[in-house]
Design a protein. Sequence first.
Length: 408
Amino acid sequence: MNCRLCGSTNLASVVDLGATPPCELFLSAEQVDQPEMTYPLHLRLCTDCLLAQLPPLITPEETFTEYAYFSSYSDSWVRHAKDFVDAQVERIDPKFVVEVASNDGYLLQHVVERGIRCLGIEPSVNVGAAARDKGVPTLTEFLSPRTGQAVREEHGPADLVVANNVYAHIPDVVGFTRGLRALVADDGWVSIEVQHLLTLIEQNQYDTIYHEHFQYYTVASAQKALASGGLSLVDVELVPTHGGSIRLLAQPTENAGEPTQRVADVLAREKAAGLHELAGYAEFARRVAGVRRDLLRFLVDAAARGRSVVGYGAPGKGNTLLNHCGIRSDLMAYTVDRNPYKHGRFTPGTRIPILPPEQIAVDRPDYVLVLPWNLRAELTAQLSYVGEWGGKLVFPIPHLEIVEVKKS
Ligand SMILES: [Zn+2]
C-alpha cells in the first residue's frame, strides 16, 4: 500500500475497526435476504507526509450515483451555509461562485437568493435533481482537472470555489485539488470545509471513520494536499460542524500571501497534541475500545432489565459505530430518520430497521440512542418530548452519557 499523497510505503496502523459494508449502502427489504460485501476499515498514517488514510477499496462512483444524504434535512447545516454565504459576500463580493459536491443546493440557494451567478457540481443524480428543483444550476459530474477546465472554459473562472464535506471523500486527492485550481480565478479563493483530525482524535469520534472518507486531515497534511494541486493555504478557521472541522482558505500558489497567524496557531495546537508524529496517535485505539465496551455494557444491561432502546438518526457514521460494536435489533429495536429515502430500509451490516421519527412518540421507549451526536443541541431540543414519559437520551461519543430531558 502506498500513501496517496506522497507515494511513501511507510504506513503505520492507527486503529483497526474490523470489516464493515460501505456506510451509505442502506438495504431495501429485498436486499436483507441477500449477501452483503464488507471491506476492512483500518486507518493508517503515512509517517512521511502525516496523511491519515484508508485504502481506496470502494469507488466514489459506487457511493454517489444514488446518494441518500440530503443536506437540507439538517436545519443547523442549512443555517451554517447561509452564515457562510453572508460572510463570504461581505469579504470578497464574488460575481461567480462554484460549489463542488453541492448536494441538494443547501448552500447555493442562498447565493441564488442574492442574485449572484453560481454553479453546483454534484455527482449524485438524485441529489442534483433536488437542487435544480430549487432553481440552483447544477452539473452532474465528479470534479477532475478535465471537468474543472471545461467549466472554466464555458462559464469563466470562479471568484469563490466552495468544497464542503468532500475533501475527505475523494481518493484522488491530487487530481481533485488540480480540479479546484482549474475552477478558481488566479486571484480567487478556494474554501474547503473538512473534518479536523485533531478533534476526531481528542473527542473519540472514531465513528466518522468510514470507507467513504478516504483521508483525515490535520492542517499540516491539508497544506501538503493543497500544494499538490497548486494551491496554498492562507487562512484557517475552526468551525463546530461535524463535531469539529477546519475551514481552509486557499489561493493559487503564485498569488497567495503568507499564511495568517491563525494557521500558525492551529499548527501549534496539532503539534502540542502530538499529531505531527506517529507517537501522538498511540492512545487512540485504546480509547476507541473503551467507547465500545461502555456502550455495549449499557445496551446489554438495558436489555437484561427489560428496558426498551431505539435509535435516533441513521447517519453514515452511525453504521461504523453499530457495526464496530456489533449492535443488532435485540439491543436496539429500530432507528428513525427524517429522510424519507431511508424509511423501510435497513442499516448496512447490522440490518436494523429505519422508520419515520413519529414512531418514537407511538412506542414511548425508555432510551433513545442518538447516533448523530454532532447535532446534540438541535436534537436535544427536538427530542424533548421523550421526557413526557420519562424517557432518556443516550449519547455514545465522546463517552457514554445518559441524559434526562426536561418535559417541554
Ligand atoms: Zn504520505
